[in-house]
Design a protein around this ligand. Structure first.
Ligand code: FAD
Length: 390
């Protein structure tokens, strides 16, 4: 991979070069085409890779030393995101979901919660994931129906979550948004809880999905699940602001993943177009294919620039609602578009499960829906332009 073409807001620092090199070495060793094909086929969580990340200290980047971290900023996390997603968007989500769940905990959790959960995550004893969506609550999160009722010493959760990435992975703790005040306006009566996925009454079922099959997508059932008082995160009925606390960072990390994966699509499509010969010449020399590849790289670069701009605004401490939504919208649409074009470059070989391009085609299809759909991003952008969307 060309590090410079992946660089964000200036060339990488020496430290960034060192950890990116180590990460590439680990990924080259473990994320072989055979391994990636097997975990996709068998819908098997990439434990081997995750363990290697924790050994490398990858998860420590971006967190304060007080909780077992080694410091670092958003730029570091965005570089890592691009680098990991270059191998597989699916595998990348095994890193991104715990990361942004932990960043929310870092922002809104109590000191005791941070002391308990963050070091455990960073040294690999637990994982974290986010449980918000439900059968009747997708884009409209405020429609969620999972309830948390107060009992002596804590809360009892009942309900169902849907489409939760990595929820059923070993030693995972779910950050669950539930309704604590049924009489309050929809966004006001929500609270966040930490719930180990092996707590009594929790059931996780891995769903048979088109893509992102290894890290996986789950439905989660809560049947009279007791949650102790001290696992309420961010204050009673403060769930909505907890949800928003890290939303821009989460969307940006996700968008960095799109850019990394989309770049991989361009690289493998280009390599194939140079090597595959028809009518006595490389297919890349047919102008229609060459121009398609030129457009693909241009759009990926544009997606990266939108990401860089949003990151720069966010790192200045400013509100980046418009910039983040644009980066998310364009990044996901670009990943989906170039994967489709890549399939065309590969011809029938692309349609075979032997080739990586079909996995991108399947994984990319989820990205214009998850983490706020393209339509919701357009609504958000239009809102910053003074338009009220219905
Ligand atoms: C692979 C994958 C992983 C996911 N991981 C997680 C996770 O870890 N945790 C979690 O909580 N959730 C997760 N989700 C759920 C995701 O957040 C939702 O799918 C998303 O919010 C959209 O909700 P929905 O699928 O119910 O679609 P709906 O909200 O039902 O939308 C259906 C269609 O209508 C459009 N639409 C809806 N409302 C509007 C509107 N106001 N204006 C214009 N168009 C509109 C949408 O854009 C979409 O095209 C995941 C989803 C996927 C696909």
């Amino acid at each position: 991979m060309n590090f410079e073409s992946q660089s964000l807001i200036g060339a990488p620092t020496e430290d960034q070069r060192i950890y990116r090199d180590s990460l590439q070495r680990v990924m080259a060793q473990l994320a072989t085409p055979e391994y990636l094909r097997a975990i996709d086929n068998e819908a098997r969580y990439p434990y081997e890779i995750y363990d290697a990340w924790t050994e490398l200290g990858l998860l420590r980047i971006g967190f304060p030393e007080a909780y077992g971290g080694i410091g670092g900023d958003l730029k570091d996390l965005l570089l890592i995101s691009q680098d990991l997603a270059y191998w597989s968007y699916d595998v990348y989500t095994a890193y991104s979901v715990p990361l942004y769940t932990a960043l929310t905990l870092l922002k809104v959790g109590s000191e005791a919660q941070k002391q308990e959960f963050l070091p455990a995550l960073l040294d690999g004893r637990i994982r974290l994931s986010t449980s918000i969506s439900e059968p009747g609550a997708g884009s409209d999160v405020s429609a969620l129906r999972t309830t948390a009722k107060r009992v002596e010493g804590g809360w009892v959760l009942n309900g169902q979550k849907l489409w939760n990435t990595a929820a059923g992975a070993k030693a995972n703790v779910l950050q669950v948004l539930a309704r604590t005040d049924p009489d309050a306006p929809p966004r006001k009566g929500l609270s966040m809880f930490l719930v180990p996925n092996n707590a009594t009454g929790v059931q996780c079922r891995k769903l048979d999905m088109l893509g992102r099959r290894a890290t996986g997508t789950y439905e989660v059932f809560f049947d009279d699940v007791f949650v102790p008082e001290d696992l309420l995160v961010g204050g009673l009925n403060e769930g909505w602001s907890g949800l928003l606390a890290c939303l821009q960072t989460e969307r940006l990390l996700t968008s960095a993943g799109y850019v990394g994966s989309a770049q991989k699509v361009v690289d493998i499509s280009l390599a194939y177009a140079k090597e595959r010969e028809q009518f006595g010449r490389a297919i890349g020399e047919f102008q229609v294919i060459g121009h398609m590849l030129a457009d693909m790289q241009t759009e990926v670069d544009a997606a990266r620039l939108l990401l860089e701009r949003a990151a720069a605004v966010l790192m200045q401490g400013s509100d980046a609602a418009r910039e983040v939504s644009m980066a998310k919208l364009f990044g996901s649409e670009t990943y989906a578009k170039v994967s489709n074009q890549g399939m065309q470059v590969f011809g029938a070989y692309g349609y075979s499960m032997e080739y990586e391009i079909q996995r991108h085609f399947r994984d990319a299809r989820s990205t214009t829906v998850g983490a706020g759909s393209s339509q919701m991003q357009r609504n958000a952008i239009a809102a910053t332009m003074g338009l009220k969307m219905r």
